[in-house]
Design a protein around this ligand. Structure first.
Ligand code: FES
Ligand code: FES
Length: 183
């Protein structure tokens, strides 16, 4: 008799939008599939399922991550925020409100990922993180102006098949209070 087969499932607890969920998952289950198919949180979208489109973007401990490339078992112990967790009751998150006010979408499929990314982009910028579009990356130069070029670069991991990019950039700029810089 050979060794007992290795277990293929584990019981995990995921903390999503402030709620704890305990579930048994196949070790190969992605966080995206766990969110959508096990927890019924279908706001997070599946586009490419291989890390290229950004539709599945969520926040892990406040940092953006593509959930199709994250195993659910590896997300245990992390604070997961999805599009469903951004609003404060009936009050939309400022980034959601800006997308709504400025039509930062057409079909809406990429929008949850765009909004989750934008939330993190604004925080990354406020923390002084440079991007590939930043001219002067010396710490003493301070945070770069959040120009349209900066926003486009920082949001470049989120594709929009409808091509709503102009409105998306405007919405991110408005939510960041950087409309003048992004004109
Ligand atoms: S579905 Fe995850 S990046 Fe496209
Ligand atoms: S709004 Fe349709 S894919 Fe972006």
């Amino acid at each position: 008799m050979g060794p007992a087969p290795a277990p293929t499932h584990s019981a995990i607890t995921l903390q999503v939008n402030g709620e704890k969920y305990t579930l048994s998952v196949d070790h190969r289950t992605t966080l995206l599939d766990a969110l959508r198919e096990r927890l019924d949180l279908t706001g997070t979208k599946k586009g490419c399922d291989q890390g290229q489109c950004g539709a599945c973007t969520v926040l892990l401990d406040g940092r953006r991550a593509v959930s199709c490339l994250q195993l659910a078992v590896a997300a245990e112990g992390r604070e997961i925020t999805t599009i469903e967790g951004l609003a404060d009751g009936e009050r939309l998150h400022p980034v959601q409100q800006a997308f709504l006010d400025l039509d930062g979408y057409q079909c809406g499929y990429c929008t949850p990922g765009q909004i989750c990314s934008a939330v993190a982009v604004i925080e990354e910028h406020a923390a002084g993180w440079p991007s590939a579009a930043t001219d002067d990356v010396r710490p003493e130069a301070g945070p770069p102006e959040l120009t349209a070029e900066e926003i486009r670069e920082r949001m470049s991991g989120n594709l929009c098949r409808c091509g709503a990019y102009v409105s998306i950039v405007q919405a991110v700029a408005r939510a960041a209070g950087a409309e003048e810089a992004a004109v």
